[in-house]
Design a protein around this ligand. Structure first.
Ligand SMILES: Cc1cc2nc3c(=O)[nH]c(=O)nc-3n(C[C@H](O)[C@H](O)[C@H](O)COP(=O)(O)OP(=O)(O)OC[C@H]3O[C@@H](n4cnc5c(N)ncnc54)[C@H](O)[C@@H]3O)c2cc1C
Length: 324
């Protein structure tokens, strides 16, 4: 129920726009590295110093205007240049809908092409993040065309989808990030129970660990992590063929412990002012993450935003009921 509320809130355009104006609020500061690339480079340096590599994400998604998609592309290109110049250990994750997938497929492809080509000059990896089900196939189509020319590109497999095992098989030769999946998906395309999603996650990761190019095991779930470590050690999977990935600000102790145990760890570092949808999805995943919000000092600004959030949500529910 709470999950549905936060997923609903994450898709609210009005609140997304309001949040951009207010800057990082509500506790988002602890899970978003900053609003610009310079702050982010400093965060990457700090993580690198602990033996952790990074993948950065210029926050933003479901863009409807060409100018906005072009601006996002330029910000990502700038980030690639800054990563290269500063010599930090980081690569780039991006969302096709931020680069215009909802506007025009070819326009999005051109944006992605320019980014991948620039990154390839520096041997930098580009990861295509996976979004909701409607965007999964078009995103894999973009990827398939790009892999004909570039080898520095990979993607994500969401274990809640029934199609996931087939997608791992299709993309065997790529660097893949395995995740559970962060969006609300219907029963005709996705597993609904935690047990099924977790079991599928483990099966997909094991398959790619043994037969794939490189596996990013992206979860904060220590049960899954320990189960996969047992599998990795039992099957002598080389430590340079996989890594654990976690989101910035989550389970920092576990990240450091894994590094100490000799495993590669990569942290997903989001930055930018379009933090709202990302933050709401984190609240949807784990009610305890609400601690991030309640720990904050309630300033006038945060109260205003909370008021806006509650108001817009109530309005949304009311209109939805009327429509029914
Ligand atoms: C690096 C990375 C990249 C991602 N990229 C994508 C993507 O491209 N597309 C997409 O759809 N989703 C993505 N996700 C989100 C992912 O799909 C999940 O929604 C998210 O990771 C939550 O699931 P989980 O596996 O971390 O654990 P959960 O299912 O949230 O938690 C399972 C258990 O782990 C433990 N646990 C979890 N978090 C904590 C914590 N903070 N402290 C203590 N214990 C905890 C608890 O015991 C909990 O019950 C990404 C996630 C990561 C980490």
């Amino acid at each position: 129920m709470l999950k549905d509320v936060f997923i609903g809130l994450s898709q609210n355009q009005l609140l997304t726009a309001a949040a951009k104006r207010y800057g990082l609020q509500l506790g988002a500061q602890s899970v978003v590295a900053g609003t610009n690339i310079e702050e982010t480079i400093q965060t990457i340096r700090d993580l690198n110093a602990q033996g952790i590599s990074c993948t950065i994400d210029n926050l933003g998604e479901f863009v409807a205007e060409r100018e906005e998609a072009t601006a996002a592309k330029n910000k990502i290109l700038e980030a690639i240049e800054r990563i290269h110049e500063s010599g930090v250990n980081a690569h780039v994750s991006l969302k096709p809908t931020q680069l215009g997938l909802d506007i025009d497929y070819d326009f999005c492809y051109d944006n992605l092409y320019e980014i991948t080509e620039t990154a390839s000059k520096y041997k930098m990896h580009i990861n295509i993040d996976m979004e909701d089900y409607a965007h999964v196939q078009p995103s894999y189509d973009l990827l398939e065309t790009l892999t004909k020319e570039f080898s520095n590109i990979g993607t994500v497999i969401q274990s809640y989808f029934y199609r996931a095992a087939e997608d791992v098989e299709t993309h065997r030769d790529l660097r893949l990030r395995i995740v559970k999946g962060a969006y609300k998906e219907p029963v005709d395309v996705a597993f609904q129970t935690r047990q099924e999603i977790d079991e599928n996650f483990i099966a997909l990761a094991q398959d790619h660990l043994l037969n794939g190019k490189f596996t990013s095991i992206a979860t904060h779930d220590h049960h899954i992590i320990e189960q996969l470590i047992d599998f990795i050690e039992a099957n002598n999977v080389s430590h340079d063929r996989f890594e654990f990935q976690m989101l910035y600000g989550f389970r920092k102790e576990l990240q450091r412990e894994l590094v100490k145990r000799g495993y590669k760890v990569c942290v997903y570092v989001p930055f930018g002012d379009d933090w709202y949808a990302y933050f709401m999805r984190r609240l949807a995943e784990r009610p305890q993450n609400l601690n991030l919000v309640v720990k904050q000092v309630f300033t006038k600004k945060t109260n205003t935003i909370i008021g806006l959030v509650a108001g817009a949500y109530a309005l949304g529910r009311l209109t939805a009921k009327k429509r029914k």
